[in-house]
Design a protein around this ligand. Structure first.
Ligand SMILES: [Zn+2]
Length: 257
């Protein structure tokens, strides 16, 4: 299983100048084969109508965005559990296999209607939902995250989520990348050694995926996760990105020295 960091500790985004109404417009899938797998919402009655609608619209829109960009959609039903639980007071979201949890009872889940609060919630939902794509692409029913390193799973989810948010908020990609800036003093732990990440570990994982992807389309990241369903992750990495993962990480870590 896997999860986002304690996002409320992150600085609020200075570049969000757009109204929240820009969000939640579901786009049509570019192409689908057969019936569309359902996205099911299982919502506690005590969750506010605002939050349930925001989570639902974000999950639908992010799903359609990912499906369009990846050229692949969910092949089986995914359940979004919107709960007033606090998630053990650690996480705002959690994802495993074909299910994800959004913890609106967590004290860090914002209760105001600011644009920053709106963005944070969308980020959590879009991040968690991409994990479901990671497992769906790899055809992994249980979402066994131990098969893949933290930086690929979490960096991948945050990278995909950032692309989705950049599109709907009309943020230029260099500005989005700057938001995830990691100071060298925060980057002392090598990514391959991270198991449970701090917020700066998530930013660093995002930067690694961004460096890896360059101008590649999101579809290539999907192809990588798809390949992890057929072979070990490091072989999938070489097949997709045509480089050795250890050498890539060495070069990436060197940029923080
Ligand atoms: Zn995560």
């Amino acid at each position: 299983m896997t999860h986002p960091p304690l996002w409320s500790l992150a600085p609020l985004l200075g570049f969000l100048m757009f109204v929240a109404s820009a969000c939640g417009e579901a786009s049509q899938l570019a192409e689908t084969d057969g019936p569309k797998a359902q996205l099911v919402f299982d919502t506690d009655s005590s969750v506010s109508r605002f939050d349930s609608r925001l989570v639902e619209s974000t999950a639908k829109a992010a799903r359609d965005y990912y499906a369009k960009e990846l050229g692949r959609d969910f092949e089986s039903e995914v359940t979004v559990r919107i709960t007033d639980d606090d998630g053990g007071d650690r996480w705002l979201g959690w994802s495993a296999g074909r299910k994800l949890w959004i913890y609106t009872g967590n004290e860090r889940w914002p209760d105001d209607s600011s644009i920053e609060a709106h963005y944070l919630k969308e980020n959590i939902v879009a991040h968690e939902l991409f994990h479901n794509f990671e497992w769906s692409l790899a055809d992994s029913i249980d979402g066994d995250s131990d098969r893949l390193p933290f930086w690929l799973l979490e960096g991948g989810a945050e990278y995909a989520s950032a692309h989705y948010l950049a599109e709907i908020y009309e943020v230029d990609w260099p500005d989005m990348v700057a938001y995830y800036k990691v100071r060298p003093e925060e980057a002392s732990t090598r990514l391959e050694d991270v198991r449970v990440g701090t917020p700066s570990d998530y930013s660093k994982a995002f930067q690694a995926i961004n460096a890896l992807m360059g101008d590649r389309p999101l579809r290539d990241l999907g192809a990588f996760f798809e390949a992890t369903g057929r072979t070990e992750w490091d072989d999938a990495f070489r097949q997709t990105f045509h480089q050795d993962p250890a050498k890539f990480l060495d070069a990436f870590e060197a940029t923080f020295e």
